[in-house]
Design a protein around this ligand. Structure first.
Ligand SMILES: *Cc1c(COP(=O)(O)O)cnc(C)c1O
Length: 444
């Protein structure tokens, strides 16, 4: 399988695509085609384990670049936690993606990427650059912590991540360095891109990206769409996934799963007030905007990086987008009310991101047509099983959740451990030259 840049000017193999992250032409790597899984796989799906599914799906993308034994070992290490589909109400399930070490879904992608990079780099020294709006950084740090030869630089926006998220970024030490940037997440993302494409830095170091721009983050995120099906197929109803979206890596992985043959009835791209994609689906015009701060801060993205990948999947045709994706945006107020209602009616605690996804399911069920005017009638039929991707444990956003629900929530031991450690960061203005200077002084 070849990997091709979304900007068409670079073609390479999976090893290079993973080690580079971003293509030389500034584009994102995509497999040259999305492989199809055979009907045996789908017939047998309810009998497979999460790890077996992961291996089968990953194998299609990785081919012979890694032996079956090595790949199986990596998959088993990555997926060593549960991903249950928990029933919230008659037709709504929460796919809990937060049982990994940092308690956010990004553990899945980051752990897989870290292991693949370490496998392909064969011990050569490497610097990993990651911009984060909150959860990426900690998942990446956890995935790479203590991996020999690899040094990780995490850029995060000062004052714009939750206190616990900040602890999860800044308390590792060792091969993990946290750069506190006086700016927004978009500034951090722009800095990361500049670093990765800077000639001088690239001459001195082997640099790579750990953002959702890396194809190794995306591939494993498709596993759990199959796994949700394996768990819920027996209900015998069409399945709709609502994906709380920021950079749209999670959703793009879902689109991969569908193209591989998974019979997903509908995707919902649920966003907070950072509504570039919902607007695009209505108007057909993509207009990046500065990001707005919300209570679902891991989705505060004004220029989603995976839009390029989605465009390439849909041949740059907005009508193709509209066939697969409904998209709605919700205010913080709506999000808070959803959290309160779900707690009151079903005794289930959603984090703010999962709550946005919940609202997406409700919107599709009740007024899909009104919101965009574009939904096909079969899409808005109420008789479907809605799966919301619960992307983080509510305790990661303890301040917001406690205030909204007006009750104390229990902090799991895994998270409490971070709180006890001391923050270590280096502060920077959102200025590429200053950050570059700092990096140039690093050892090779
Ligand atoms: C990163 C993140 C998202 C958004 O995922 P994308 O793949 O960037 O769309 C949603 N929820 C949480 C908790 C996250 O950390």
């Amino acid at each position: 399988m070849k990997y091709i840049s979304t900007r068409q000017r670079q073609e390479t193999d999976i090893k290079t695509a993973i080690l580079k992250g971003l293509a030389d032409d500034g584009g994102l790597f995509m497999p040259e085609y999305i492989p199809k899984l055979d009907s045996d796989f789908f017939e047998n799906l309810p009998n497979l384990t999460l790890q077996e599914i992961g291996f089968r799906v990953a194998k299609e993308f990785l081919g012979d670049s890694i032996s079956d034994d090595n790949l199986k070992q990596i998959i088993n290490e990555v997926l060593n936690f549960e991903i249950p589909a928990v029933k919230i109400s008659e037709n709504i399930y929460s796919l809990e993606l937060f049982h990994g070490p940092t308690m956010a879904f990004k553990d899945v992608g980051a752990r897989f990427m870290a292991r693949m990079m370490s496998y392909f780099s064969e011990g050569k020294p490497m610097k990993v650059i990651a911009a984060t709006s909150g959860d990426t950084g900690s998942a990446v740090a956890s995935g790479f912590f203590d991996v020999p030869g690899i040094e990780v630089f995490i850029l995060y926006p000062k004052g714009k991540v939750s206190p616990l998220q900040e602890k999860q970024l800044t308390t590792w030490g060792g091969n993990i360095k946290a750069l506190e940037i006086d700016g927004t997440f978009d500034d951090c993302q722009a800095l990361a891109k500049q670093i990765l494409s800077d000639e001088e830095l690239n001459q001195k170091f082997t640099l790579t990206s750990a953002n959702s721009i890396n194809i190794a983050r995306l591939i494993p995120q498709s596993f759990y769409y199959f796994w949700a099906f394996a768990q819920l197929q027996k209900l015998g109803k069409p399945i709709v996934f609502s994906v709380p979206s920021g950079n749209f890596g999670n959703l793009t992985a879902g689109l991969f799963a569908k193209k591989m043959g998974l019979p997903v009835h509908q995707f919902i791209a649920s966003t907070n007030e950072n509504d570039v994609i919902p607007k695009f689906l209505v108007t057909g015009n993509y207009e990046a905007k500065p990001s707005k701060q919300t209570i679902s801060n891991a989705m505060d993205v004004g220029n989603p990086s995976n839009f390029e990948r989605m465009k390439s999947l849909f041949n740059d045709d907005v009508t193709e987008f509209r066939k697969e994706i409904e998209s709605y945006s919700f205010s913080d107020k709506e999000t808070e009310i959803a959290m309160q209602n779900v707690k009151k009616e079903y005794n289930y605690i959603l984090d703010p991101h999962g709550a946005v996804a919940y609202l997406g399911l409700e919107a599709l069920r009740s007024f899909g047509k009104l919101r965009t005017g574009l939904a096909q009638s079969d899409k808005v039929s109420g008789d479907f099983v809605g799966v919301l991707l619960e992307t983080a444990h509510p305790a990661k956003f303890v301040e917001v959740v406690e205030e909204v629900l007006n009750e104390k929530i229990i902090i799991p031991e895994k998270l409490e451990a971070f709180n006890k450690k001391e923050k270590k960061t280096v502060e920077f203005p959102a200025d590429f030259e200053v950050v570059k200077q700092f990096l140039m002084e690093e050892k090779r």
